[in-house]
Design a protein around this ligand. Structure first.
Ligand code: ADP
Ligand code: MG
Length: 577
């Protein structure tokens, strides 16, 4: 199927008999010799490519790629005609393959989200391809290679590579072998979700939550939907109800979250954070049955929060922070140990710099002193003694002057009623539109004075590529520490506060993208971060190949925002302005 995303020259193909022979020739040899199998071998109906061998029994498993020509895979064109459907097909097949694996063979299948993953790529047919294939399904997996002690066990290896892998191809990567109905539903669901997301700007919305959606999850560590009668499906308030026609599901209704400033209020434990969390994940499509298949937000939606202790590199925070007692210049602010409020201010400014058009903020993870200062506190602490300007006085200008909308969960202070365009109240997990009542209340003066009225334009920073080094002692090192940290060269970047990352492979994707930005010269010391991210976006639009070219690892394709967030948290980063 390619328009080949394979820009690397294809490995020479070696004959099938050759593979078994080559394997048997290694029987009893030292483990490291497995690497002599590196290359691409013709098998029955597919190619087996060994990208990396395995150095010893305890080393990381071998990296193996299965190339199945479209003619063998047999998926009808309808399933791979658009990039969204190809992503869905790849995601579905990776899940199927993961079900079929055993013996330590691992396929990165992902969770509730449908992301573009290195593990399974559907390469469409195109006019020209480098390796002359009529399109293909490409599965990348980790395969532990068997040994007797520290010696190669050819018989066991033959079982894995020449029997198990062909069976995997046969059972998971062919149309005839998979549940066609489930596959079609999977692709249609993804396409509907994508269409819904694309409809948002036209409707003047930043997000949409369909009627009937199930937002709560099973637990804080289980992202599957809460089931049973306890899970209350979403029902949109009439004033915010919007109908959208989708290519497969037809007409759906739900709550439209309009551009501007939207406040979500309600008592504790009434479902505010759950709603916001659903909007955070609305940037990607979810699998059928997730409950949030038709909960979408704009692709440039970024969750921001406080994160004390993080590093900040030359960010202009003066809109939020000024006249520090230390005398530090807050228009060009740098610290190795940010406070709660400065870290959140930096997260806002950096997100806007990276191009975010929607900010999501939850009181649960926000710095109170950056969010609000009420009338009594204004009376007690004179403005010239308080370095902070609260977000409540900047959020309107952020939309008016910069085109950046905000959705804010705030149950603890009424000050935002004045600046909100819409107020949604969550009551026993059900939303209602309480804008009119909130505006009545806001009309009664509290004596609070606004402390600012303009959110300033972005000061662009030019990252120094020499300060972004993904190698350790000369060798590339990009690893995930679970979902929460990225080992990048000698550094470990703390990503706990970067909410919109799905899993460890997504973190690896961020690391590979950072490395690609340096290697491809997007970060050249002259370009601004924004310009470099624009170039990265062009690469990412072509799919996984630009990251595979950095290193063949399990990864999910990241957004520019998470790449920027990691860069901003890299403790070695240095920038010019
Ligand atoms: P808040 O932010 O308003 O304090 P949360 O969003 O944290 O509330 O929700 C509190 C609890 O209620 C969570 O355990 C969450 O899973 C659960 N919950 C949220 N929405 C629903 C719903 N629609 N149906 C059932 N349980 C829900
Ligand atoms: Mg909450």
């Amino acid at each position: 199927m390619p328009r080949s995303t394979d820009r690397r020259p294809p490995a020479p193909r070696r004959a099938r008999g050759g593979f078994a022979d080559a394997l048997w020739a290694l029987d009893g040899a030292s483990y490291g010799r497995y690497k002599s199998l590196v290359g691409r071998w013709a098998m029955d109906g597919f190619d087996l490519e060994i990208v990396r061998g395995q150095a010893d029994p305890y080393a990381p498993p071998a990296r193996v790629v299965l190339h199945v020509p479209a003619t063998v895979a047999g998926f009808p064109a309808d399933l791979w005609r658009t990039p969204v459907r190809r992503r869905a097909l790849g995601s579905f097949l990776a899940r199927r393959a993961a079900e079929e694996t055993g013996d330590g063979i691992r396929v990165d299948a992902g969770g509730q989200e449908i992301l573009d993953r290195g593990s399974c790529q559907v390469v469409p047919p195109g006019p020209t391809t480098l390796d002359g294939e009529p399109g293909s399904v490409v599965l990348r997996l980790n395969v532990p290679l068997p040994g007797r002690g520290r010696r190669i066990d050819a018989r066991a290896a033959e079982h894995v590579l020449c029997r198990r892998l062909p069976r995997l191809v046969d059972r998971a990567l062919r149309h005839a072998a998979v549940d066609a109905e489930a596959l079609t539903r999977f692709a249609d669901t993804a396409e509907d979700s994508h269409a819904l997301r694309q409809a948002l700007p036209r409707l003047g919305l930043v997000a949409f939550v369909a009627d009937g959606a199930v937002l709560p999850r099973r637990s804080g560590v289980d992202d599957r939907p809460l089931t049973g009668p306890a899970a209350l499906p979403f029902r949109s308030p009439e004033q915010l109800r919007v109908a959208v026609d989708l290519p497969h599901a037809g007409r759906v209704t739900g709550m439209g979250v309009p551009e501007g400033v939207t406040l979500i209020v309600g008592g504790g434990f009434h479902g505010k954070s759950t709603l916001l969390r659903a909007l955070e994940t609305g940037i990607w499509d979810n699998v059928p049955g997730d409950g949030r298949e038709r909960v979408v937000s704009r692709p440039d939606t970024v969750k921001v929060r406080a994160e004390d202790g993080r590093r900040i590199e030359r960010v202009d925070l003066h809109a939020f922070v000024d006249h520090l007692p230390s005398g530090d210049d807050t228009a060009d602010f740098r610290t190795d140990n940010a406070s709660g409020s400065t870290s959140q201010a930096a997260a806002i400014v950096e997100s806007v710099e990276a191009g975010a058009k929607v900010l999501l903020i939850d009181e649960d993870t926000a710095a109170t002193n950056l969010m609000i200062r009420d009338a009594r506190m204004q009376a007690l602490v004179a403005k010239d003694r308080e370095p902070l300007t609260p977000f409540v006085d900047l959020v309107r200008s952020l939309h008016r002057d910069q085109g950046v909308s905000t959705v804010l969960v705030m149950g603890g202070s009424g000050d935002y009623m004045e600046v909100a365009d819409r107020v949604v109240m969550m009551d026993a997990y059900q939303p209602s539109d309480v804008t009119a009542r909130a505006k009545e209340l806001a009309a009664v003066p509290t004596g609070r004075r606004a402390e600012a009225d303009t959110y300033p334009g972005t000061v662009h920073r030019r990252p120094d590529p020499a300060s972004v080094d993904g190698s350790a002692r000369g060798r590339p090192r990009i690893q995930a520490r679970g979902r929460d940290g990225l080992v990048f060269g000698e550094e470990t970047v703390d990503l706990r506060a970067v909410a919109q990352l799905a899993d460890a492979p997504h973190v690896v994707g961020v690391g590979l993208a950072l490395e690609a930005m340096v290697r491809r010269g997007h970060l050249d010391g002259r370009r601004t971060l924004t310009e470099a991210l624009d170039l990265l976006d062009r690469d990412l639009a072509d799919g996984a190949e630009c990251l595979l070219a950095v290193r063949d690892e399990d990864f999910a394709l990241p957004r520019r925002f998470e790449v920027a967030a990691a860069l901003n948290r890299l403790r070695t980063l240095s920038v010019a302005r």
